[in-house]
Design a protein around this ligand. Sequence first.
Ligand code: GLN
Ligand code: ZN
Length: 758
Amino acid sequence: MKTLAYGFPKLGEKREFKNTLENLWKEKLSQQDFIEGMNSIRTWIANIYSQFVDVYVSGDVSYYDFMLDMAITLGVIPKRFGEYKGLDTYFQMARGGQALEMTKYFNTNYHYLVPEIEGKDFRLLENIPLEEYKFLKEKGYNPIPKIIAPYTFLKLSKVLKRSSHSELPLYELSKIESKEDMENYLFALLPVYEELIKSLSSSGASAVLVEDPALCLDVESWEWELIQEAYKRLSKYADLYVITYYDSVSDYKRFIELPVKALGIDLVSNRENLENIRKYGFPEDKVLIAGIINGRNVWRANLREKLKLLEELSKFTQEIIISNSCPLFHVPVSLEPEDSLPEGLKERLSFAKEKLRELKTLKAAFEGDAQALKDVEESQRLLTQNIGVREEVRKRIASLKEEDFQREMPYQERVKIQQEILNLPLLPTTTIGSFPQTEEVRKVRSAYTSGKISQEEYKAFIREQIEKVIRIQEEIGLDVLVHGEFERTDMVEFFAQKLEGVATTKHGWVLSYGSRVYRPPIIYGDVYRPKAMTIEEITYAQSLTSKPVKGMLTGPVTILNWSYYREDIPKHEIAYQIALALLEEVRDLEAAGIKIIQIDEPAFREGAPLKKRDWPSYFEWAIKAFRLSSRAKPETQIHSHMCYSEFNEVIEYIYQMDFDVISIEASRSKGEIIAAFEAFKEWDRQIGIGVYDIHSPVVPTKEQIRAVIERSMKALPVELLWVNPDCGLKTRRWEEVIPSLKNMVEVTKELRESLVKA
Ligand code: GLN
Ligand code: ZN
């Protein structure tokens, strides 16, 4: 038996990756020093790998994103970036004015850059996998190179095609859907992959790790034929280790027929892969790569159970390699620096380094090593002790009834009461919540957290910011105001720090995209709210104005999906626990006179499983959790916010959330996305259309904003429409925010007037 690991977090012990990258951008580092910095991260990882596992990869340290690396390797560079000029072009594509679109990698919180395929003339442009492989090889390591499989690459890319809508530009980007397209692009791509794999093996690579997680989506039967064909061609040039993860492979029988040396499956995220092995066995002539150490959650593995599993698996196949269940970059680097976790928690956790150790222990235990067997028993002992138990919370969850998930009054009735209280004009204007988190705000916060200023001083500073933002919003003429969220670093971490049963880490950084990192909280016990979380700031803001100020909460599904969560109770129960805590906050906000409450759910859709057949059960509890948290009085107007626009497939679920108003992204598609709501006949809720893109520093013109509103007015009755930016403004500067909002409000007023006249 061997051990294998891949996808180690590249952040470094002290966020070296982030600093090196950002220093290049700030021109504090030359390109050469930058590359040296990245190379030292590469050796740091290889050094860790080689202490713990037998087989490990090169290629974990992309300068920005591994999909972008693959695109550049294959020569997939849109024309607008001109001729390829190394790193300059690379970062233009990643973060220039016309950068590639960014989207979530499957159902994780990592964002990749979506390759844009404009034609079929692929070529081996810059052999990034080879460069990384060679570098480590020269340093004396012996990794295997890692690449993204052609099928997954195409599934995650968009291709430029003639548009079917007449109103839009003649060409548009879309996913590859048809058999004809998949076949054409795949066969155009394969020669380049052949060349790539050839180059790797002729440089001494004993095998190539090919990541093909798209095989876990709903793969069509004709697609399997193409995939089979592709691997038949590619496996001529090297031993291929084809790895899948995040779910079970969509068709196990066809998967194990793929003509490759080793096949990797995720035995953690699902039961099905294991059941399939039991049912259909595993081919004798292939190696099974058993992904048994969870790459996505932070718990120490139950090694005794894992050992049993290995014993069972070894009956089905001659040769097993054990590995992490999916890339390890979803977890932080190491537990070592965490010194202030709640009692009893640290010894239950396992971050990336510790997970490598677990692989090593498992292998040794399997081979009968006495010390390893002792370690296995020790892990078992730790895991059976409960921490964070709160009986009242469990009782409350157990006694929930159907009516707890329902508002008292149907929408059509409550909306009338709400309008009477709020008395809002047609096309009410608002924002999504946050206002610029300036350098000053961040400085004062860190002065407070490091103890340099007192709590009173910090609070006074926040109050000043709130007052300023209220005045600005009044001056601009917005109808529904917000307090600006200056007291929050991160919309999930803020609540995590206030809730019991949830821990936050000091150095548990995880990559979100590019150089952006965040620290996911760890839900380890029963969750409850020891005291009010947001009332002070919201009521202060409301006291300054006669306009309504929205209470601002992060929804239960988003808090859960952006945290690590315990695995000893079902996921829906955790969601309900969080929802109940939020409901208490809703009640307190109501009691304090707040009339509108927004419960953000930007992660609502991304938590959906990979395969559609699993959607109903996910959405059932997700919807219930949201409804439980938002069971306000009929007169309280409940808003939700989601920052994306692809609602077509999920609109029925979104509708069942039973909010009064939802704000969404609409600007990038120029209002076209409203079509999803148009097509859904029952739609009767108010929609705040995101009329401009906050991700860009450019101030939108009145004409651009008007076009989006007018497009939306064609699709939905004007009574249902609100006007707002498409997400929070915290990453923007005041110089951009004020003129943008002014334009937005002015256009809305003009439109209102023309509506009254008509
Ligand atoms: N209320 C949050 C904000 O404005 C919402 C952020 C989000 O949707 N990601 O920042
Ligand atoms: Zn948003």
